[in-house]
Design a protein. Sequence first.
Length: 254
Amino acid sequence: MVERKGRLEGKVALITGAASGIGRASAEAFAGEGASLALTDLNFEGLADFSARGFLTLRQDVTDEAGWREVVDATVARYGRLDVLVNSAGIAILGNIERATLADFRKTQAVNVEGVFLGCREAVRAMKESGGGSIVNLSSVAGLIGDANSAAYCASKGAVRLLTKSIAVHCARAGYKIRCNSVHPSFTETAMVETFLAKTREPERVREALQRAAPLGRFGKAEEIAAAILYLASDESAFTTGAEIVIDGGLTAQ
């Protein structure tokens, strides 16, 4: 009987925002499939258990341009290459077009868009040297449809969607063998969503309404989003680039 290797055996993956939520679920899924991991987060303490398991962990502010080069270089120095980047770090600040401040808008774009741009640029630099790779960018259903109270967030996630497609086309035409895809979850059981709900006037009523909005009638689980990210990171998706994978319980099908 042939021994089955992990789906990411021999691959090196860098995941941002890995201390919680979808980033953490992705890190666990990748570890279970044999990947060597470099994990980053502003909450460095939240990565302690991964460090104890022998993975590279680093504190990272994804808006820091020089810091991005240091993180990618540290990953290559530790493992010899970079095969996968998952841009999972992100923030959400509530506010409609009348109430959102310019400061909040700029902060959201800095983390959610510029952070992804910088990560993709550094990943392409490293992946070219090792003969290819896969970049997975976390967008949102808010990058596909509008939400009245999330002006800055919608703008940022829409930007990630088309930035992803631009990178995918460029890398394909350049012959780099680097794929780039985006993942678009709806509301998921994460700390970010719980923080969002806590800021509403009636958290439980809002929770129930948001759950009912999806035909499947519930929030997604971080592990369900991580499963799609794992697919895009693996060689199973070798002919998939510039795609947007929607995981929303049917929300955008209506």
